[in-house]
Design a protein. Structure first.
Lengths: 451, 548
């Protein structure tokens, strides 16, 4: 099988790939010039809709459709937020784009703003990306200097200002309404919906929130056309009218116990096996794989036997995972203890739960306490049932929380316990031979602390 | 009229009402438990206690389509065909889960918690919680810290419903409270150096569904189940907030606001809330005194009314001063009596205590500068009988001849009369003063009668906006005190006991302004503004002026 020729990552090997000069030398901003010269916002929206582009941030919502939710003939302002708060564990594709090809992102962002008639865009970047922050700021400055941003862009009459906003390092700011609250200067507590951001978002105005990679895809769709984009990936299932298909290239973040971790571009639908073997160079040290996270820790777990799972928007769901998520594949080899994995996962979500909804605030903290106890050798089998019950009862899927963070916390619990229960039971029995089957309440351990 | 279906029962609602699931279910007699939702605050839907199943009934086919997941009732509008299911297994499980979650770190110190007995966490746990505690993890400590002069925070009892935070932002507009930290470490807090110090601060204690916020004034003073609540009206200013007086054995322990959308919504100010201390002040006048040639002696209530009556009739000429703390009924009886003694009796509107201006909050809630409850009601009685109202300052400024008797009904909790005024008033041949506290006037009155406090009165107040609210007494007056209403009732030689309701019927017959009092009054009072406008139009006053 021949390697897929990278498109989104085509520039990153070039020297000074982050500069305007290099980007334009490779044909950059041609698409934007074409759009501004010859297309209407409506044309761009229709084109993106026809391409079947789905959001790359995690939920996979069709981008063109999201844009059409904006109220028609709104007097403005309409705001555009670019979500660069890439905090999902294992994910770094936005970072690649922002550090090595910020102009591709900006071109897509400007085209997206043009299509949605937004005249102000907020580029919300997570705190932990200082290099990306510098390079994107530099790129924005270059664009202003070259007339690609500001008043009357390239003489088209279209004006756009981009503000680079640096977050303060909270996972929840990546949730779109949490991000909006954060830009407004408030606690990033996700908002209740409706109203959806497209109707009432940032500063109570219609707002679109898109991911960095989505913007890059928009730039490529405008440069290369819909047919090119639809020729890549997995077509929609004709039997399922609700399937929007998984078209286009995708940046996969491959990490964990493999020989060549990194960010790789491949068509949507590549299997975990293919990703590990063709791109990652196999499992490190010749060991056997044990499990993999299919798309960021909140998507759950695949066992080694499930590595034939195709990584498109529908694939992981068929294997009991939450979805494709950010397509960050973290591979674990046979040396990894599922207790450690689960403890780590619980610690992350207890730390990052925004604390607004009771089931998530308390459920994530409770599951961490249970995992601490299991890890410390005081666990009981019945704790696994309780963890499973917590997992089944938090999130927007059962309806008990406002945002999806709790679903992300629930899926590793559910998957790990359902798919690796014998190992977890064995660990508990081995470390707590006297009390593993105890069903009465026992005194708890002092928590070591989440912060 | 839209029909909403709650647990299979059809409930008709008004299409204009914009009810949510909790309110619609209440119409059907179904209580949906909730913490974060409050009718006076914005919806955040974060406590997740009100989770229900919902769906839509198709008008044509009658087929019900349910949503596949639970939704918070507080955030779900009740419209035509909305179906709410509040008793399914999924709903019960979700409620039990939330209760279990909230009790994970709760200290469960109900025996020493002020809220016990009126605590949502307690009540809901009994109704919706699990029988067994599965969380065998260490409970947290019970930490306490002060948020300001009025409120103390029991940190670990908090369920983070954020009602108090939203109150400070949306109603008081002062934004002192916030949520600090994240996740399970969240706490309500103030910014260092910026304590909770607005004049509506006491409301956050009422809002708190659990025992996290304690009122420093009430803390550890009384268990709530020992107290009786009486509907009343605050006498602190002319807003006239609907309140409830919580007392045990004729001792007030706290005042709380009572819902009245036409007056105070759900709130009251701290001035009013803590403004009852004078009721139990030991300095309060508690015995009627007769002063002869400078020597005061305790009079006996049994014979006193007759004695007063005889003295007044022998003097013949009478000036009656009516305090704005009197109820409408008391003012009416007083005027009736005055005119029975002297057909030409002069009726004066008593001194009106004034503050330093209205205090208005961002939600529109206003503490009025007029620090008395019933200036308008008393003025209407005087106008109805005398035609025009002479005020206290007009009366003093006119320097009238000190002839005949003067009866001054006071009932003020603050200093309202100075030595110079008292010096003038004592030149009247007969000076009768009713008041709460000793002052230059009571020191020189021929008869000094102890007055009743607001909580001991029964009757009606008319607020700044012509809204009349009636109430009955909350506590009995201390021994030795006879309420004004009873005294005048007795002086008028009426049969039996004073009953405010029968006086209101008389008022309705005699005064066009009070005509609505012929019927029973709703709990939130009645608006008499149209009567005033009609009256002023009849008087030839510009109607526009009356409206403003």
């Amino acid at each position: 099988m021949t390697r897929f020729e990278p498109v989104l990552l085509a520039n990153i090997e070039k020297p000074d790939s982050h500069t305007l000069k290099v980007y334009e030398a490779g044909g950059g901003y041609a698409a934007l010039r074409k759009v501004l010269a010859s297309m209407s916002p409506h044309d761009v929206r229709e084109l993106v809709k026809a391409s079947g582009l789905r959001g790359r941030g995690g939920a996979g919502f069709p981008t063109g459709l999201k844009w059409t939710f904006l109220p028609k003939d709104h007097p403005g302002p309409i705001y555009f937020c670019l979500n660069a708060d890439e905090s999902e564990p294992g994910t770094f594709n936005n970072r690649y784009l922002m550090e090595f090809d910020p102009h591709q992102v900006l071109e897509g962002l400007i085209i997206s703003c043009f299509a949605t008639r937004a005249s102000t865009a907020y580029f919300y970047m997570r705190y932990e990306y200082p290099t990306a922050w510098q390079r994107v700021q530099q790129a924005v400055d270059e664009c202003y200097g070259a007339g690609l941003l500001g008043k009357n862009i390239l003489g088209s009459g279209y004006s756009l200002d981009i503000y680079l906003h640096r977050g303060a390092a909270a996972y929840i700011c990546g949730e779109e309404t949490g991000l909006i609250e954060s830009i407004e200067g408030k606690r990033a507590w996700p908002r209740i919906k409706p109203p959806f951001p497209a109707v009432e978002g940032l500063f109570r105005k219609p707002t679109v929130v898109n991911n960095v990679e989505t913007a890059a895809c928009v730039a490529q769709i405008l440069a290369r056309g819909v047919d090119w984009f639809k020729s890549i990936g997995v077509p929609a299932d004709p039997q399922n009218p609700r399937d929007a298909g998984s078209y286009g290239p995708k940046l996969y973040c491959l990490s964990g116990h493999i020989n060549r971790p990194g960010c790789y571009e491949a068509p949507l639908g590549i299997t975990v096996n293919a990703l590990i073997n063709e791109y990652g160079g196999g499992i490190r040290g010749g060991r056997k794989a044990k499990a993999a996270i299919p798309g960021g820790i909140s998507m759950g777990l695949l066992t080694a036997g499930e590595f034939d799972c195709p990584l498109d928007f529908n694939g992981p769901g068929r294997y009991g995972c939450l979805g494709l998520g950010t397509a960050a594949v973290v591979v674990m080899d046979e040396t990894v203890s599922m207790v450690d994995f689960l403890h780590n996962s619980c610690q992350f979500f207890a730390h990052e739960s925004c604390g607004q909804c009771t089931p998530c605030r308390e459920g994530t903290a409770w599951s961490l306490r249970l995992m601490e106890r299991i890890k410390a050798g005081k666990g009981r089998w019945k704790d696994l049932d309780l963890l499973l019950e917590i997992g089944d009862n938090i999130g927007i899927i059962p309806g008990t929380t406002i945002c999806g963070l709790a679903d992300g916390a629930a899926w590793p619990l559910k998957n790990a316990i359902r798919k690796f229960r014998p190992e977890l039971e064995e660990y508990i029995k081995r470390t707590n031979p006297q009390g593993y089957a105890e069903t009465r309440a026992v005194p708890a351990l002092q928590l070591l602390g989440i912060h | 009229m839209p029909i909403v279906i709650v647990d299979g029962k059809d409930v008709e609602i008004d299409g204009q009402e914009r009810l949510n699931g909790i309110q619609a279910a209440a119409r059907a007699g179904v209580e949906i438990p909730h913490y974060c939702w409050h009718p006076g605050l914005s919806v955040v839907a974060s406590c997740r206690m009100c989770l229900v199943e919902t769906g839509k009934k198709d008008a044509q086919s009658g087929k019900v389509t349910m949503m596949p997941k639970l939704v918070p009732a507080c955030q779900t509008p009740a419209t035509e065909g909305t179906v709410f299911v509040t008793d399914s297994a999924a709903v019960k499980n979700a409620r039990a889960m939330v209760e279990e979650d909230l009790l994970l770190r709760h200290p469960v110190d109900c025996p020493i918690c002020d809220k016990a007995g009126e605590c949502s966490l307690q009540d809901y746990h009994f109704q919706h919680g699990r029988e067994e505690r599965r969380a065998d993890i260490k409970p947290f400590h019970s930490r306490r810290r002060s948020l300001g002069d009025t409120v103390t925070l029991f940190v670990d009892r908090c369920v983070v419903c954020t009602r108090c935070v939203r109150f400070c932002r949306e109603i008081a507009g002062t934004r002192e409270l916030m949520v600090a930290n994240r996740g399970a470490h969240e706490e309500i807090d103030v910014f260092p150096g910026f304590p909770l110090s607005n004049k509506l601060s006491g409301n956050v204690v009422d809002l708190c569904p659990v025992g996290a916020l304690g009122d420093k004034d009430f803390l550890y003073r009384q268990r709530v189940w020992f107290m009786q609540s009486h509907d009343h009206v605050c006498a602190g200013c002319s807003t006239g907030c609907s309140i409830q007086v919580d007392e045990n054995q004729d001792r007030i322990y706290r005042l709380k606001p009572r819902e009245n959308l036409a007056v105070n919504q759900y709130w009251m100010c701290d001035d009013g809330r803590y403004g009852w201390k004078h009721v139990h002040d030991p300095r309060r006048l508690a015995q009627p005194l007769r002063r002869t040639r400078g020597r005061a002696e305790i009079a006996d209530w049994t014979a006193l009314p007759q004695e007063l009556d005889q003295r007044l009739r022998s003097v013949g000429k009478l000036t009656m001063v009516l305090s704005p703390f009197l109820t409408v009924e008391e003012a009416f009886l007083a005027v009736k009596y005055a005119r029975s003694v002297d057909l030409q009796a002069r009726i004066i509107q008593g001194a009106v205590p004034e503050g330093t201006g209205d205090e208005r909050f961002s939600s529109g809630f206003t503490i009025r500068s007029e620090k008395c409850p019933n200036r308008r009601g008393v003025a209407q009685i005087i106008r109805g009988i005398c035609g025009e109202v002479q005020t206290w300052s007009d009366f003093l400024a006119a320097e009238p001849a000190a002839a005949g008797a003067i009866w001054i009904a006071g009932g003020y909790k603050t200093d309202w009369v100075d030595a110079r005024q008292a010096e003038f008033l004592r030149t009247f041949p007969l000076l009768i003063v009713q008041d709460l506290f000793p002052n230059p006037l009571t020191e020189c009155a021929d008869y000094c009668l102890p007055a009743a406090s607001f909580a001991e009165r029964e009757g009606s107040y008319v607020n700044y906006n012509d809204r009349l609210q009636s109430f009955s007494w909350a506590i009995r007056p201390p021994a030795g005190v006879k309420t004004e209403a009873r005294l005048f009732w007795q002086l008028l030689q009426r049969e039996g006991m004073y009953r405010a309701e029968s006086v209101r019927r008389e008022l309705a017959e005699e005064f066009a302004y009070f005509s609505a009092l012929s019927a029973d009054l709703p709990a939130d009072g009645i608006d008499l503004k149209s009567n005033r406008i009609a009256q002023q139009a009849a008087d030839g006053t510009a109607v526009m002026g009356a409206i403003s």
